[in-house]
Design a protein around this ligand. Structure first.
Ligand code: ACO
Length: 380
């Protein structure tokens, strides 16, 4: 069994120029830029451009991309009709997965053969921008529909983050809130060969299309060991209640061998490079909404769990309570992650397609030894 790398742990599956994760120095670079610098200085649109094209945009390039993105922000009527068919208690991750599938089916209608679906670089850049532009309306409508509210028309005079909040809440958000949300989108945008990105690359490696790769990636992100953890963190906060309950809650949870959501990481073992930036954004939201109780619970669980297990928070730990303070429903948190990570996924899809090799690992068989059907007695 010595050759088996369970969970592909430690396996370097390919090269990438999209991002670099260095757990030793605790750095995360997008196309060479530290993510903290990008989060502090850039609108999410510029980071999307950087991930797709390899360079930050010049003014004219950003204007051009902005115009194309703003022109595709509106909630598509066909998507709305489809979403309205889903049960109100379906998970919002199923909304986004279904909506992306519809957008793909429509865009690829008429391609005729699977051989034509994968598309050119230009096709895939255009499709990436379409998904980037369309997802906020889909996520916002998901929350509004479950609250019995009509969709809010997109605004074309607001940046991506401000418009996303506008479409969700139907009012302009305070700049402190827009800034925290914009930072979260940038921090969630990309993280090398994580499970969902690798899924997108596997699908792309078969010469399937970008939409199919993104649908598959959404499925991978939904799980609580990956993107679903931001939702799960909030459910843990709700379960604990307040800071004074942390020690007793943790005694029980650890005795039951529960995984504590929002802690631990396959790559980072001494803390996630994105956490300090997101924690600063959470601090600003706590001050803005005057909710010191949130920080008390956050700090109590972090210090108690780190002291007991030596396992540190990941990005989902501060982002869960941050999204809750902004007013997002808990089940909407992972779809927010989708809206951000679609930029990284599509950058990897472009990279995989440009230098493709079918991804097909080996397995080591440990099932029944060879046997033959002549001894088998069929059921009557
Ligand atoms: N709570 C309790 N114990 C944990 C946790 C946790 N959150 N994370 C790791 N451990 C323990 C494991 O139980 C295991 O202990 P053992 O050796 O005694 O069996 C040990 O630490 C190693 O953990 P693994 O799960 O084997 O490590 P892996 O690298 O596979 O796990 C993972 C990484 C899946 C993220 C894990 O830490 C986890 O389940 N965390 C909770 C879910 C979560 O927050 N996911 C978000 C990931 S980041 C992101 O998507 C933005």
């Amino acid at each position: 069994m010595s050759d088996v790398k369970k969970g592909l742990a430690g396996v370097v599956a390919d090269v990438t120029a999209v991002s670099k994760v260095d757990p030793e120095t605790n750095t995360l670079l997008y196309r060479g830029y530290p993510v903290q610098e990008l989060a502090a200085t850039q609108p999410f649109e510029s980071v999307a451009y950087l991930l797709w094209h390899g360079e930050l945009p010049a003014a004219g390039q950003l204007d051009e991309q902005r115009a194309a993105e703003r022109a595709q922000r509106a909630l598509d009527p066909d998507v709305r009709t489809l979403l309205d068919m889903l049960p109100l208690d379906a998970h919002p991750m199923d909304d986004v997965r279904t909506a992306v599938s519809l957008l793909g089916a429509r865009e690829l209608a008429g391609t005729g053969s699977v051989l034509d679906a994968s598309g050119s670089v230009e096709d895939n850049l255009r499709r990436s921008l379409t998904l980037f532009a369309a997802l906020p309306a889909i996520v916002a409508y998901g929350q509004r529909r479950r609250r019995g509210l009509e969709p809010v028309p997109a605004r074309d005079d607001l940046d991506y983050a401000a418009n996303f909040l506008w479409m969700t809440f139907g009012e302009e958000s305070d700049p402190v809130v827009v800034d925290a949300f914009n930072r979260s989108m940038i921090l969630y945008a990309e993280h090398s060969f994580n499970a969902s990105t690798f899924t997108a690359r596997v699908v792309t490696s078969t010469l399937s299309d970008l939409y199919s790769a993104v649908v598959a990636a959404i499925g991978a992100l939904k799980g609580p060991l990956h993107g679903g953890a931001n939702e799960a963190v909030m459910r843990v906060f709700d379960e604990i209640g307040d800071a004074s309950q942390v020690p007793a809650w943790l005694d029980t949870a650890l005795a039951q061998k529960r995984k504590i959501m929002g802690f631990g990481h396959r790559v980072y073992k001494r803390g996630d490079s994105r956490v300090p930036t997101m924690k600063t954004a959470l601090d600003s939201l706590v001050a803005h909404y005057d909710r010191p109780d949130v920080l008390e619970l956050y700090s109590a669980l972090e210090s108690e769990f780190v002291a007991r297990k030596g396992i540190y928070p990941n990005l989902d730990y501060p982002s869960g309570p941050a999204y809750n303070l902004i007013g997002f429903d808990t089940a909407t948190f992972t779809p927010l992650f989708v809206a951000a990570r679609v930029t990284g996924w599509t950058a990897h899809i472009l990279e995989q397609a440009a230098s493709n090799a079918l991804i097909r690992p080996m397995s080591q068989y440990d099932g029944a030894a060879e046997r033959h059907v002549d001894g088998y007695v069929p059921l009557a």
